[in-house]
Design a protein around this ligand. Structure first.
Ligand code: GRF
Length: 216
């Protein structure tokens, strides 16, 4: 499924519903990049089945076989570079990346975090939103920098939080909007519409001091 478009590697650790969204959009001819590699740190990640079903090359590199974060990351980079990858998409990849890896692919790596960053970096975002009584929640696509969940934000999907909702319902709604905003963000990056310059996200030549917000 590869051609002349920029080549993206999607890094996963689990179910890969976001990966599936990229696969579906590519199958529909609407993704501005080719998925050239799916890389997992877990051999049992269901996302690997999704990739294989779609005919995408896969690789499994277990972090458990390495004695440092950086040596694991260097093994991943060897596979990524061998596949001539232009962009990296983290889609439920549950390892913290070393500074070495982040800087090697700086400006070319995206993450999606299930919160309206800078609110709620870290885990358990849905429950934390409910505990705080927030009226809005969502998910953010951002460039990856060394600090966790802290890179320049590109696109946010936002939804209202119903008073009667629970964390799992909220998680499902957030995940559904992720499947739209993540492929769209990659398109912006792959087409050059969005770029990383001087530590900031730039869109259409203008610095993005706040992400584009899409309401769902
Ligand atoms: C997503 O909700 C994303 O926000 C977070 O990890 C989850 C991955 O889910 N970073 P999936 O594996 O794509 O289903």
């Amino acid at each position: 499924m590869t051609g002349t478009k920029p080549r993206v590697a999607i890094l996963i650790s689990g179910s890969g519903t976001n990966l599936q969204a990229f696969i579906d959009r590519h199958a529909g001819g609407n993704l501005g990049a080719d998925i050239a590699l799916v890389l997992s740190n877990r051999a049992d990640a269901y996302g690997l089945v999704r990739a294989e079903t779609a005919g995408i090359p896969t690789a499994v590199i277990s972090h458990k076989n390495f004695d440092s974060r950086e040596s694991f990351d260097r093994a991943m980079a060897a596979v990524i570079d061998d596949a001539r990858i232009d962009y990296i998409v983290l889609a439920g990849f549950m390892r913290i990346l070393s500074g070495w890896f982040v800087n090697r692919y700086l400006g070319r790596t995206l993450n999606i975090h299930p919160a309206l960053l800078p609110l709620y970096p870290g885990l358990d975002t849905h429950q934390r939103v409910l505990d705080a009584g927030d009226r809005h929640h969502g998910s953010t696509v951002h460039f990856v920098i060394e600090d966790l969940d802290a890179g320049p934000c590109i696109l946010q999907g936002r939804l209202p939080v119903a008073p009667s909702t629970d964390a799992s319902e909220l998680a499902n709604r957030v995940q559904a909007l992720e499947h739209q905003i993540y492929p769209e963000s990659l398109d912006w990056l792959a087409s050059g519409r969005v770029a990383f310059e001087d530590g900031a996200a730039v869109m259409d030549g203008k610095r993005l001091d706040a992400p584009v917000i899409r309401d769902f």
